[in-house]
Write a protein of this length. Structure first.
Length: 323
């Protein structure tokens, strides 16, 4: 028996060593999810929720590593260069589908160095106004913009952000000239919206919802495929305008370094989709102004491709550049 056991033990050890870290026993290397935002925001909360659920399903600890900076480029670069087989990115469009069209040179290649793992959420954008605004509908905004080209303002969370580009998409599709006013984040933009310094704002459901709940702001439309119950009677922008292509998924997904073993990616993808489909996940994400949009690696890959094509067109047509 001893002669048989030793080779068997050695063979088992070799098999375990060949597995990705999250497929090994819990005492081995933990899975690290790099988040391109500071702690406390919706994406960070999503990552921590997923991490807690994955710990149970994968049998290994999950570490959340916040690497904010440069619109997600710092985090994406760290993951693209990771070689430990246990580091993934909580990805959003900023560093993956927008930055390549705004910057001539990135420290990583989002197409060849990052691969999709799973699609988990959508954090929809809205076009909103302060409660006292004379604009009651999106048609009111566009009518005024046609009458006063370049004088109707929309606030965004910064140059080159999805907030900025979504506003540009609406302006281009409707043939009007909206004046973009960039801010450093949603908080100062909302302050000026409520103070009347800007006429409208393109921002996420999560950002505008507290203002809507307290009667300080109104949502004119959502850049989503379907109306959102949390936004009351607000229509989708597509419904309100009749314009095609106004469904803008502000997606959240998980991506991995291209060098990560396929078996490990498949295992993680399956676990993420399972967690995403839980009823409690839908409820938790809704509290964050997000919609759970569960999908495997192929689903995320499709969203990323379509998103990249959308923003490439908007950026080129608008001659958009970052400071």
């Amino acid at each position: 028996m001893k002669l048989l056991w030793k080779p068997l033990a050695l063979g088992l050890a070799a098999c375990l060593a060949a597995l990705p870290s999250w497929a090994q026993p819990a005492h081995d290397k933990p899975l690290r999810i790099v988040v391109p935002f500071a702690p406390g925001g919706a994406q960070d909360v999503i990552a921590r929720y997923l991490g807690a659920k994955l710990t149970d399903r994968l049998g290994t600890p999950v570490i959340i590593d916040n690497k904010a900076g440069a619109g997600g480029i710092v985090a994406a670069d760290a993951v693209a260069k990771a070689t430990d087989g246990a580091t993934v990115l909580l990805a959003t469009g900023g560093a993956v589908t927008i930055a390549p069209h705004l910057q001539s040179k990135l420290p990583y290649d989002p197409v060849n160095e990052l691969v999709p793992v799973a699609l988990v959420a959508d954090t929809p954008m809205t076009l909103s106004v302060r409660a006292e605004s004379p604009y009651k509908t999106i048609a009111d905004v566009l009518r005024d913009a046609k009458a006063r080209p370049g004088q109707v303002t929309y606030a965004s969370t910064g140059n080159g952000t999805v907030s900025h580009l979504t506003g540009a998409l609406l302006a281009q599709a409707s043939g009007v000239n909206l004046l973009h006013v960039p801010y450093r984040g949603a908080a100062p933009a909302l302050t000026d919206l409520l103070g009347g310094q800007v006429a409208t704002i393109v921002t996420s459901v999560a950002s505008i919802e507290p203002m809507v709940a307290t009667g300080k702001a109104r949502v004119l439309g959502t850049f989503s495929r379907a109306a959102l119950p949390s936004m009351g009677t607000a229509p989708t922008v597509g419904e309100a305008t009749g314009l095609p292509g106004m469904e803008v998924p502000v997606w959240v997904g998980v991506m991995a370094p291209a060098r990560m073993p396929a078996a490990g990616i498949d295992k993680l993808s399956a676990a993420l989709v399972e967690v995403c489909n839980l009823p409690e996940t839908k409820q938790r994400f809704a509290q964050l102004g997000a919609v759970n949009t569960c999908g495997n690696a192929a689903a995320l890959g499709k969203v990323v491709t379509e998103d990249s094509q959308r923003w490439a067109k908007v950026i080129k047509q608008g001659g958009i550049k970052v400071d």
